[in-house]
Design a protein around this ligand. Structure first.
Ligand code: SAM
Length: 464
């Protein structure tokens, strides 16, 4: 909860729109924000997480893997978070990927992806099968996106850093599903961010609406005929929601609204258009209100493109890694795993880094690619050094040969390791995998009974 008063023009607008309901809505904005988390179903089931977690979790109505959490524990600082078992996400944001409903094997684009809440959800719903292209226009935000995708253990993602228009001209209408989680005036952030309140201006809403209109036009150009387009915001302003969708439908006759299927959502409101329109189909779009449902608030519209001829997908062309690099990887695999967890995957060298590349990606010529697939590690002249992303992409079933050091979440040795300290632990020299309750959390390198700390410096922090 913030102590800053809500802007008067915002209050007046919401009173005009909501009438009798405005008091309940404004009272809800005066309460504390909810904390939510979404299970990483690529690593464990929601039931298992619920059984393991030392905090109380109440399921969200619209996302079977998502929960509102309560209690004094801070899940974002727990070792399970470092192991990628869940994503801290406010509950209404979890409705978006569920509405888009990506299917395994599809080619899916998240056009405004950082920091990765929805991109990680899309990959989980696809069982990490198919491709998620997670694009972010702001270079400074791609590191957080990359780190979250790495923690999630996704193998089949590509992170690009491009203007949406560039992607549309390069790729055309090739994606089965496209998500535009648009930059917005952020009124749904008011409960948790004093900055969101301080920055809000009526003119900002107008500016966002124009930008959203343009971004939605571009997003539409990337959807294949018969494909789906999802538009979402975390704001309440009709200018950025119903009005954007109505203007889009007026100029894109080959798209129509489809039901979002979000359980517990209210219909969007055709009466909130700037000029009278006969757009009763807008009720198919959804609004999640903070005074009616457990969440901060979202708008979600799902649009389907009419059938037609698809653009031709030109696949990415990769040069396989040179033999010496592959030989070092194979030596590492033989010493570490019972079988190669990346068998039948194309391995590519980018500088000294070896990557396992997802199959079926569109061509990336000339694009800024932050990461493609999983970075397996670094090729040194005579040795292979595994990357953190490899540890997080492994399943417990991959870990037959490797020396593991499994710790309980409340073992203070784990806390110390995640803070960057070495650990004394007798055993053979070499690479080993540290895990929490069986879930890989980091590599360690044992030498003369000491596990040297290789947990990435950027992730180290005092936990609890
Ligand atoms: N989908 C993200 C998630 O779930 O974690 C949140 C996305 S946030 C609401 C909107 C994103 O759009 C920001 O990362 C912002 O940098 C990006 N953005 C800003 N201007 C943009 C534009 N003109 N086109 C596309 N994306 C833009």
């Amino acid at each position: 909860m913030t102590n800053i008063p809500l802007p008067l023009p915002f209050i007046e607008r919401m009173q005009n729109l909501l009438g009798n309901e405005a008091d309940t809505f404004l009272a809800a904005l005066g309460r504390a924000a909810l904390t939510g988390l979404r299970t990483n179903t690529l690593k464990l089931s929601a039931e298992r997480l619920r059984a393991l977690a030392p905090w109380s979790m109440t399921p969200t109505p619209w996302c079977p893997d998502g929960f509102v959490v309560s209690g004094r524990e801070q899940p974002g600082k727990h070792p399970f978070h470092a192991a990628g078992l869940y994503y801290m996400q406010e509950p209404s944001a979890m409705a978006v990927a569920v509405a888009l409903a990506p299917q395994p094997g599809e080619l899916v684009l998240d056009l405004a992806a950082a920091p990765g809440g929805k991109a990680t959800h899309l990959a989980a719903l696809m069982y990490d099968w198919g491709i998620v292209v997670a694009n972010e226009i702001e270079t400074s935000r791609t590191s957080a996106l990359s780190s979250n995708i790495e923690r999630w253990g996704i193998r089949q993602a590509i992170i690009t850093n491009a203007e949406p228009e560039r992607l549309a001209s390069q790729w055309g209408a090739i994606f089965d599903r496209v998500l535009l989680d648009a930059p917005c005036s952020g009124e749904g952030m008011f409960r948790k961010s004093a900055t969101a309140i301080a920055m809000w201006r009526p003119e900002m809403v107008q500016g966002c609406a124009l930008r959203q209109q343009r971004a939605l036009d571009t997003a539409a150009a990337l959807v294949r005929p018969g494909g789906m387009l999802c538009y979402s915001t975390c704001t309440f302003a009709p200018e950025e929601n119903e009005q954007v969708i109505a203007a889009f439908l007026d100029t894109h006759r080959d798209f129509e609204l489809a039901p979002t299927g979000i359980i517990g959502a209210a219909p969007a409101c055709p009466d909130w258009l700037a000029t009278p329109h006969n757009r009763s189909d807008l009720t198919l779009a959804a609004r999640l209100w903070p005074h009616r449902t457990p969440g901060e608030g979202h708008f979600v519209a799902l649009l389907q493109r009419a059938a037609g001829e698809a653009a031709r997908l030109k696949p990415a062309a990769w040069k396989p890694a040179p033999q010496p690099a592959l030989a070092l990887w194979r030596d590492f695999v033989a010493a570490t795993f019972t079988s190669d967890p990346f068998a039948n995957t194309l391995l590519v060298a980018v500088g000294q880094q070896l990557y396992a590349i997802p199959e079926g990606a569109p061509h990336l010529d000339g694009l800024k690619v932050k990461r493609a697939g999983v970075c397996l590690g670094t090729i040194h002249p005579k040795r292979f050094e595994p990357a953190h992303s490899l540890a997080l992409a492994l399943q417990t079933s991959d870990l037959h040969n490797v020396a593991t050091f499994d710790l309980a979440p409340d073992d203070e040795r784990l806390d110390r390791y995640l803070q960057g300290h070495p650990l004394p632990e007798p055993g053979a020299d070499g690479w080993m995998l540290l895990s929490v309750t069986g879930f890989p959390v980091s590599w360690g390198r044992r030498s003369r009974g000491i596990i040297k700390n290789v947990y990435p410096k950027g992730l180290r922090r005092p936990l609890r």
